[in-house]
Structure formats: C-alpha cells, structure tokens
Design a protein around this ligand. Structure first.
Ligand code: S3P
Length: 647
C-alpha cells in the first residue's frame, strides 16, 4: 500500500513545475488520432488516465510513438478507425470513455469499452442518450442501467440539437465528436459555460465550428456541420491548473508562502479556482505567457496570508468542478463559513466527493455539514492529523495530503496509488515541500532597549517566520550554571568542561537544556545576573552559535541579538541594526521597570573581547528614537520586501 504521510510545514517558498493538463492531453491524443497526417504532441501528461486514451487510440488503429518525455508522434487515421481486436480499456478515466463513445458511435464496427471498479459505477446514460438519438447503438452491461461496460455498434449518424441537462464538458465533447461524422448541423446547448477545450482544439485541428453567443442566462449553442475531417498539427499541452490547484491553496493559506507555478493553462473556463481564492483574500499575480495560443497559458504566483470563507455556487461550479475538494480544504482553513452548493455532480465523480470530503474533514476536526448538493464548512477550527481513506479518488488523496500540511500531528492518507491517474509526480513535490529547506535569516542587532525584541517578534509574525532571541539561549545556559551549582567565580576550564556536555534544544517555543525546560526561568533576576559573565566565554558562544546556525538549516528566521549579523550569520543579506539615543533607551528601560544602566550595558557590550557589539558590515541602520513599534516594523519591511522577493 502506498501512503502519503504529511505534517505541518513552514511557509512554502518555492517554484513548482506541474505536469501537462489532463483534459487537454486526452483530447490531443484523440484528435491527432482522428486527424489526417502526422502530429507531434508535447507536454503530454503521462498519467494512467491519459495513457488509457493513448492505448485506446492505438487499439483503434492510430500509430502512436512515444519519442521523449511528454512527446508523442501520432499518425492519424483520417477519421476512419479499425475495429479493435479486444476490449478498449478506459481504466479509471471517465473522459476517455465518454469522449471515445462519441467517436465510436460513428465507426462502422462493434467495440466494447470497459473500465476499473470506480469507472464501472459511473453514469454513462448522459452520453448514451444523445448518441442513441443520433443513431448510435449502445448496450450497457453494467450492474445498473447506463453503467459500463458499454458495447457500441457504430454506424452512420444523423445530426441532432441537444440541450444538456447538466453542464458537462464530456457530454458536450461526445456529441460534437459524433457530429463530425453526421451529415448536417449537430448542435449542443450548454446550460452554463463548461470547459471548452474540445471547441478550441477542434478548431486548431482545422474543424469549422459555430461557437454561438451565450444568452442572458449563460446558455450557449455550439454547432458543428458534418462531415468534417481533422487536419494533423503539432500541439503543446500547457500545465494543468487542476494539479496546480493543490499548491495554489497550500501557498495561499500558509502565511509567509511565496510560490510560483510556471506554464499553467489559463483557459478562462478553468480559472475559477483563482477567482475563488482571490475572493477568499488570496494574493495571486498572473503573468500571461501566451494569450494567443489555442490554450492560453501563463505564470501564477501566490503569496500566503489569511483566507476568509466564501460561497461557491451556480454557474461557477462547472469551472471549479475538479477543484472543489481542495477548495473545501481551503474553506476549513479560512475564517468564517464556506458554502458549496449546486455541485451534485460531485456525487458521481471517481467517488462521491461530497461524502468523502465532508467525512475526511470531520475526521481532522473540521466542522462540516453535508448537503445534497454540496457542504457547509465552519472554517478556522484547528485541524489535527488523522488516518484517512481516499476511496480510490486521486483528488481526494491530494486534497487531504495538503490538509495535513496545516494539521497538528501526522496525517496519513492510505492507498494513494490512484494519484497516478492524473498527477504521478505529486508525491515527489509534496516530499520536497516537507523536506526542510535552508531558510532566510533576518538578523536584527542593536544595543539594549533599541526595540530589537518587539520588532523581531512583530516581523516574524508579519512574515510567517520563526522568532529567535539569541539572548534566550545564553539565559538557558546561565540557568544551567545555577542549576548545576558551578563554583564561582567561573573559571574558563570549569566552563569549558561543563559546556561540552550541554544539549540545547528548541521545541516549539520552549527552550530545553539537557531535556529540562529552561523557559520559565529565563527572565529571573539570578539568570539575568549570570548571563553577561557566561556570554563572555568563547566556548559558550560557540555552543549557542552552532545551535542558532542549525535552526537556519530548516526554516526562515528572524533572529535578534548583539552579534547575529556580524558573527553568527555574517553571510545573510538581510541585516539590520536598530539604534536609539541613550536617553530614549534609558526611558524605555525605566518604563519596563528594569533598573540596569543603559550606559554601563553599552560599555560592557561594546568593549568585551568576544563578539563585541558593533554595526555588522552591510547592515541597514534604523534609528528608532522617534518611531513607534509599528513604524520600525514597516521600516524594516520596506527595506526587506523588494530584496526577499527578488531572491
Ligand atoms: C472533463 C470534464 C469534467 C471534469 C473531468 C474532465 C473533461 O467532467 O470533471 O475531470 O476533460 O471534459 P464532466 O464533463 O463530467 O463535468
């Protein structure tokens, strides 16, 4: 059994490459196989579903050669296929079975379409009915009427005008493909816009279509005059926005994330996920790359931040139909209520996606009410890890792997082999996100009472970074010296011997020394008195520095101290030195109720032999004398943002 095991991760700051679009890959293989001549398809999604289409086309006589990753050279049959010698296996793919039904209804031979257990439960009546009206002969052999296997006795067809009861791109495509062979005009009326890859790509392969104009209710007539033969052409498949959707949601919901996805298909009948996320408050930038291509594409960048609930309903549903599972996860992560309705179609996808999503979200601690045609999610409740099923449905498996990135503890999704049907490399990208990456370090140095600590905490919160005070590490060791009763005054030999066996560890926000929680003692007066003397020992500084550097190997940090930019991370490009007049700092100290002399502390800090306080090379100095906390944070951010974003 293959599983995904996920847990909470830090901000997702990365570039992600996604594989080719599934819908477009299917059509590219079918249309090139139908066409007259040789086509080369690039960027093809080599997933189980799309390979089912390739194999089906081969079994019908198309010559298809795999010449490189995602590249197929296809010699089409000019509209005339040959009878297959065995069953045509559509695997898990509804698109393969429904679209091929439209093609085979017009071919003068018998064929039998079969599928796996999930496909054998999906309704085919929606294509059988209109195709039978056109003159195709279908027998369904499934356990219920209209279910696969399907036996098709094809032959000559007559045109029809068909009003689809549901906005389904698969049904629309099956009828238009059948209409290519019927003499006269076949038209389909879609009740709401659904993906139009078939229309765009048929035109690209030389077919004349009448695309009509949507009326005030969004109904549109699409017509094709048969007979027509497709002409071969080379075609580049863009990246799949339905695969990108998982990362778009993960990055949008995780504070501090900055994720770019290159070469995503941006067909307007598929970009509903972007509009919904923007409505939820996500910051998304789109850079079109090729708007004129039959299938437009571009680059999408997402910055993480808080999301708010939304309502997804009506005409928007067909545009986000495959993204609803991951949008439901976004709803659980958002503040407030998210309502999904008019999405009854979800009940007849690879599994009943309404039941699967609602059930799994509840197992993770979300509050969800299932409705007949959707669900209501009360967002913002913390998610916890759980062991979940995906019911053989790739999009359920991936949606909950992403949910696990936001949950306490471990989330395990079992039997995720099905992900290979649409996104075989999902697991590898997930693993790379879960593998800790060296982070950015923002070093904040400065004298006592310059505001380092409050500013660093505020910055870390604004950026989704981890706040670290190097002073806490010195204080934990000072506490350890007191705990272990080392002889005073401290000698170098005693301290060196003692430090050698010390083990510091940051666990969530607790600081442990040799497994003991030092956190409650860090601001005690005894510890405060011990910290300056022990921080002067090079062996103590080495231990603290190696701990601080290890933290940066796995996450983004805002670290404050007195030698962060000069000694601990001299190589970080993000260095700040906060200062304020001695009078202002003395005033701040007095306000805190601390009595130590700022002047004396400055003298000690700047004259000590090891790592004396100084302005690190390349640091931006900010005089905070006349600034409040928010103004200092904004000043740091205004220096930081353009540089961080350029990296
Ligand atoms: C698809 C259409 C949609 C979608 C499916 C792919 C297509 O199905 O859910 O993943 O490629 O035409 P319906 O047409 O059944 O809505």
């Amino acid at each position: 059994m293959t599983t995904f095991s996920t847990r909470r991760c830090g901000p997702i700051v990365t570039d992600i490459t996604i594989p080719g679009d599934k819908s477009i890959s299917h059509r590219s293989a079918m249309f090139a196989s139908l066409a007259e001549g040789r086509s080369t398809i690039t960027g093809f999604l080599e997933s189980e579903d799309c390979l089912s289409t390739v194999n089906a086309m081969r079994s019908l006589g198309a010559r298809i050669e795999h010449t490189g990753k995602g590249t197929f050279v296809i010699d089409g049959c000019g509209g005339k296929f040959t009878a297959p010698t065995g069953d045509v296996d559509c695997g898990n793919s509804g698109t393969t079975m429904r679209l091929i039904s439209g093609i085979l209804a017009a071919q003068p031979f018998r064929s039998r379409l079969i599928g796996d257990a999930s496909l054998s439960k999906r309704p085919m009546g929606r294509v059988i009915n209109p195709l039978t009206e056109m003159g195709g002969h279908f027998t369904s052999e499934g356990d219920q009427p209209g279910r696969p296997p399907l036996v098709i006795d094809g032959g000559s067809l007559q045109p029809i005008s068909y009003e689809m009861p549901v906005a389904s791109a698969q049904v629309k495509s099956a009828i238009l493909l059948a209409g290519l062979s019927a003499t006269g005009e076949t038209s389909v009326i879609e009740p709401a816009a659904c993906r139009d890859h078939t229309e765009r790509m048929l035109q690209e392969f030389g077919v004349a279509l009448d695309l009509g104009v949507a009326d005030a209710n969004g109904r549109r007539h699409i017509a094709v005059k048969g007979p027509q033969t497709l002409k071969a052409r080379d075609f580049a498949v863009p990246g799949d926005i339905s695969s990108a959707a998982f990362w778009l949601v993960a990055a949008a919901a995780k504070k501090g994330s900055d994720t770019t996805i290159e070469s995503v298909g941006l067909n307007p009948t598929r970009t509903g996920i972007i509009s919904v996320l923007q409505r939820m408050g996500a910051k998304i930038e789109i850079t079109p790359v090729d708007e004129k291509a039959a299938e437009p594409l571009g680059k999408v960048r997402v910055l993480g931040g808080p999301l708010q609930g939304t309502v997804i309903e009506g005409a928007e549903i067909p545009n986000v139909i495959d993204e609803l599972p991951i949008l439901a996860v976004a709803g659980a992560l958002a503040q407030g209520k998210t309502i999904i309705k008019d999405a009854k179609e979800l009940r007849v996808k690879e599994t009943d996606r309404i039941a699967a999503v609602a059930g799994n979200l509840r197992l993770m601690g979300a509050i969800v009410t299932e409705t007949e045609d959707g669900m209501i999610i009360e967002g913002g409740h913390p998610l916890h890890g759980a062991t979940l099923q995906c019911f053989g449905d790739h999009r359920i498996a991936m949606a909950f792997a992403i949910a696990g990135l936001f949950a306490d503890g471990e989330t395990v999704i079992e039997n995720v082999e099905c992900v290979a049907t649409s996104y075989p490399t999902f697991g590898a990208t997930l693993a790379s996100i879960l593998t800790p990456q060296p982070g950015h370090v923002i070093a904040i140095d400065g004298p006592a009472a310059s505001g380092k600590s409050s500013v660093s905490k505020g910055l870390a919160a604004a950026l989704g970074y981890t706040f670290i005070s190097s002073g806490h590490f010195y204080r934990a060791l000072a506490w350890g010296i007191l705990r272990d009763g080392l002889a005073q005054p401290l000698s170098t030999d005693t301290v060196n011997a003692w430090v050698k066996d010390r083990h510091l560890q940051l666990q969530d926000s607790r600081l442990l020394l040799d497994g003991d929680d030092a956190t409650p003692y860090l601001s005690s007066a005894d510890v405060a008195a011990m910290v300056s003397p022990i921080a002067a020992f090079p062996s103590v500084r080495d231990l603290v520095n190696s701990n601080l550097r290890a933290l940066a190997e796995t996450t983004n940090l805002v670290m404050e101290g007195r030698d962060i930019g000069s000694v601990v991370f001299p190589e970080t490009p993000y260095k700040f030195y906060l200062d304020a007049s001695p009078e202002e700092r003395a005033r701040r100290r007095a306000k805190e109720g601390t009595v130590d002399s700022v002047a004396e502390r400055d003298r000690l800090d700047s004259t000590r032999a090891t790592a004396p306080l100084k302005i690190p090379e390349g640091a931006t100095v900010i005089d905070t004398t006349h600034l409040n906390l928010e103004q200092v944070i904004q000043a740091v951010l205004s220096h930081l943002k353009p540089r961080l974003l350029a990296d």
